[in-house]
Ligand binder design. Structure first.
Ligand code: ATP
Ligand code: MG
Length: 364
């Protein structure tokens, strides 16, 4: 059977990648990449989008392009299977955005719940940069330029995907079947949809400084887990503890596998038993945190090691990105060509148009 599905996902180079990205999207991407079921896989760094809310600090974005690329390779994205590229190097995306802007209203953008929260987080209420406000449109260009069918992302991206789908439908309705409607692929583990920060805040986010980074040293990971937010009413070991909003247990939901108990906590058969003991009382946070730390170290150590190896040849990483950009640009140019044709703005290679106009002016 011919493979038809195309994946596109990306990240903003606003910082190193963290375990929220890992469980929300990266881990899945690598699995999908290695499944061999996809025709093409595009993974990109949204540096243009990152500038929309970092215009006072463009150097941050520039510096993080290489960090994110290293994180990609460290988790197992493989440039021989996935095209890794940088958004700003694909000017075709701007042109698509320009046309898509006509298909979206200001009030529709204002309703986007993720953008609403992000505006608040950034104190943009009184002065939203236009580029930031319209980034869901540019994101639709990113997705459709590569004819993506499948977009594996965290839950916060749902409104963006919906916006992209609406643009596709509107475009195809006006200009004829041209663009491909993408589907979101959310993590199937509920704890991974939106991993909270180590401070217990709703979302681990580079901009909030509540992250465990994939590149953190073993010591840093240990320290961060030790100071993680748990249940503030669980003071004495004998107190019954709450699981809801307890970040340590959310992380266990995201990372713990049955075999971890045999290795690190053989007194319990599985996570349900551990949770039951915690809610009953008699189980201290320190013990649970030690368990979590052991699991995190096991998961992160190989990533950290691979990153160190890639760090040894930085020019080779830029070279890999450059090649990725060339491949991506070709794909985007093909779509743009189809879009221009559908919109009938390909005036100079439309002989019928030229002949028709000539006739209208009395020339045969
Ligand atoms: P920023 O604060 O600059 O927006 P971010 O940490 O939100 O950075 P993004 O680059 O915006 O990261 O997101 C990249 C991808 O990672 C998206 O698919 C997003 O859904 C996913 N993601 C980000 N944070 C989390 C999280 N805490 N849990 C699950 N998925 C996440
Ligand atoms: Mg974000």
């Amino acid at each position: 059977m011919e493979k038809e599905k195309i994946i596109l996902t990306g990240d903003r180079p606003t910082g190193k990648l963290h375990i929220g990205h890992y469980v929300g999207s990266l881990r899945r991407r690598v699995e999908l990449q290695n499944s061999g079921l996809y025709k093409k896989i595009f993974v990109f760094e949204a540096d243009g989008q990152a500038l929309t809310d970092n215009i006072d600090n463009p150097e941050k974005v520039r510096q993080n392009v290489i960090e994110v690329a290293l994180d990609y390779l460290a988790v197992g994205l493989d440039p021989s299977k996935s095209t890794i590229f940088i958004q700003s190097q694909i000017p075709e995306l701007c042109e698509l955005t320009f046309y898509y802007m006509d298909l979206v209203t200001v009030s529709r953008l204002q309703r986007n719940p993720t953008v609403k929260t992000e505006i608040q987080m950034r104190n943009f209420e009184t002065s939203i940069p236009v580029g930031f406000f319209t980034y869901p449109i540019s994101q639709a260009a990113d997705i459709t330029a590569f004819k993506a069918t499948t977009v594996p992302v965290g839950e916060d991206q749902e409104p963006m995907l919906e916006q992209a789908r609406e643009i596709v439908r509107r475009f195809n309705y006006i200009y004829g079947e041209t663009l491909v409607e993408p589907e979101i692929l959310l993590p199937d583990n509920a704890a991974c949809l939106r991993l909270p920060g180590t401070d217990g805040k709703a979302k681990m986010s580079k901009s909030l400084g509540n992250c465990i980074y994939l590149s953190d040293s073993a010591d840093e990971v240990e320290k961060k887990v030790r100071s993680m937010y748990t249940d503030p009413t669980h003071i004495k070991v004998s107190d019954p503890g709450k699981l809801e909003g307890n970040t340590v247990f959310t992380y266990l939901d995201a990372f713990c596998r049955p075999e971890h108990f045999g290795r690190y906590l053989p007194d319990y058969a599985n996570l349900d038993e551990l949770k039951a003991h915690y809610t009953r009382g008699g189980l201290g946070d320190v013990k649970v945190k030690k368990f979590l730390a052991a699991i995190m170290q096991e998961e992160l150590a190989p990533i950290r090691e691979r990153r160190k190896a890639y760090e040894k040849d930085i020019p080779a990483i830029y070279d890999m990105l450059k090649k990725g950009c060339e491949v991506a640009r070709e794909a985007a140019a093909q779509t743009l060509d189809e879009v221009r044709r559908a919109m009938k703005i390909n005036y100079f290679d439309d002989e019928a148009l030229i002949a028709e106009q000539a006739k209208r002016f009395g020339q045969e």
